[in-house]
Design a binder for this molecule. Structure first.
Ligand SMILES: *Cc1c(COP(=O)(O)O)cnc(C)c1O
Length: 399
């Protein structure tokens, strides 16, 4: 089944990871973060699997990402939190997408869009608690809460959540952010807001900082079976990596000692031996920075990449091993299966495992293992129209 280039996504692993995280974290709600095409794994199949495994919210950065999920017939509660200054909030509200709000300006824009459509906007107010990215800055909290409460009383919106995001810089920094978040929650309550979704933790804090769990956590990396920690492997956390990046040997040649390999002859063969050509390169997300440092599994053994990783291909030194054209190559997958992990690649390239899986390119087809048949209806049975927006004054608190 091995393709020329392919990313095999084990949806059974995604399912098990979500179910495991839900049981160890134990919050009433769990948001599966499927932004950036589900960290390269495929937003729609991952979202369906996460929901089947017990996630009850989906999270994305952009409204466009949210609309893509709706267009695929996914009607679960969904939050988008990073907006263009001229974002089409109406398109999101018409498809019942909750919107993260980071300013009074956004709150007014969203309310205007809700009024124009005669729907109730679901908004979740994002508080700045230390990261200094988006989120309402503390001096503006009172103003934004008062405005939100006023719009809520007018039936234009419901504040379904209040949230923020941690830096993971240190335990002390996270504790300080939690304190600031608590001040925000008190002020929101004093303004008359009663959101049910209080969320601060992504995977790392969800696992290590119980005080940050509140009523919902937002899990990304853990759901994909990778560890956010330097000192714990996926297996230590009870997780299984979902993505295996693989290919097939495209050419084999024997070279004599002294032969140069790939651009700039960064590497010359120290002794006679075989080289295998693998048809993946930086166009496919294989980091060029890992030239000469990463390893891949060819057949049953793991060998070093030698010379520069190019746009479409790289070379592996296999020594005297009898490798043939067409032999399977695994760049990374589950280390428990004896292949390099995405985390090993991250170390080789000087980055984090998040970036390794997320950057796998468009040219690499995704193949899915273990889809839940009950959860992947044929296209004809999917709703032709997106879920209806909540009519004004309807009760949105049930979820
Ligand atoms: C990406 C993201 C997450 C998920 O983080 P992980 O570390 O992958 O669990 C959670 N919350 C926000 C706001 C994010 O941008």
């Amino acid at each position: 089944m091995s393709g020329f280039r392919e990313a095999v996504i084990d949806l059974g692993a995604v399912f098990a990871n979500v179910a495991h995280l839900k049981s160890v974290i134990g919050t009433p709600h769990l948001m599966a973060v499927v932004k950036a095409n589900a960290y390269g794994h495929g937003a729609v199949p991952v979202a369906r699997t996460a929901l089947a495994a017990g996630a009850d919210w989906l999270g994305v950065a952009d409204i466009d990402e949210a609309l893509e999920l709706r267009a695929a017939g996914i009607d679960a509660p969904l939050l988008a939190w990073l907006h263009d200054p001229d974002a089409d909030f109406g398109a999101a509200l018409a498809r019942n997408v909750d919107l993260g709000v980071s300013s009074a300006r956004q709150l007014r824009q969203i309310t205007d869009a809700a009024a124009a459509l005669s729907v109730v906007a679901g908004v979740q107010i994002k508080l700045e608690t230390g990261l200094n990215r988006n989120g309402v800055h503390e001096p503006d909290w009172a103003e934004v809460f008062a405005l939100a409460a006023e719009f809520e009383r007018a039936g234009l919106l419901t504040v379904t959540g209040i949230f923020s995001h941690l830096s993971n810089a240190s335990a002390a920094d996270d504790a300080e952010a939690i304190e600031r978040f608590e001040r925000g929650l008190s002020l929101a309550a004093a303004a008359g807001l009663t959101p049910t979704l209080i969320h601060l933790a992504s995977t790392a804090a969800a696992l290590r900082v119980p005080a940050a769990r509140y009523t919902m956590v937002r899990v990304g990396i853990g759901m994909y079976g990778l560890s956010p920690f330097d000192d714990q492997t996926p297996r230590d956390l009870g997780l299984t990596p979902a993505m295996t990046l693989r290919g097939r040997v495209a050419a084999v040649r024997r070279v004599a000692a002294g032969a140069g390999v790939s651009y700039d002859y960064l590497w010359r063969a120290p002794v006679d031996g075989f080289l295998a050509l693998v048809p993946l390169g930086y166009a496919d997300g294989v980091p060029r920075q890992a030239s000469g440092t990463a390893r891949v599994t060819v057949g049953a053994a793991t060998h070093p990449i030698v010379g520069r990783i190019a746009m479409d291909q790289f070379v592996v030194s296999v020594g005297d091993e009898a490798v043939e054209v067409g032999d399977p190559v695994v760049l990374f997958g589950d280390p428990e299966a004896g292949v390099p992990g995405a985390t090993e690649w991250a170390e080789a390239a000087g980055t984090i495992n998040y970036e390794i899986v997320t950057r796998i390119g468009h040219r690499v087809p995704r193949t899915y293992l273990n889809p839940d048949p009950a959860d992947t209806p044929p296209a004809s049975t999917q709703p032709a129209t997106p879920p209806a927006a909540t009519p004004r004054a309807a009760d949105r608190t049930a979820r």
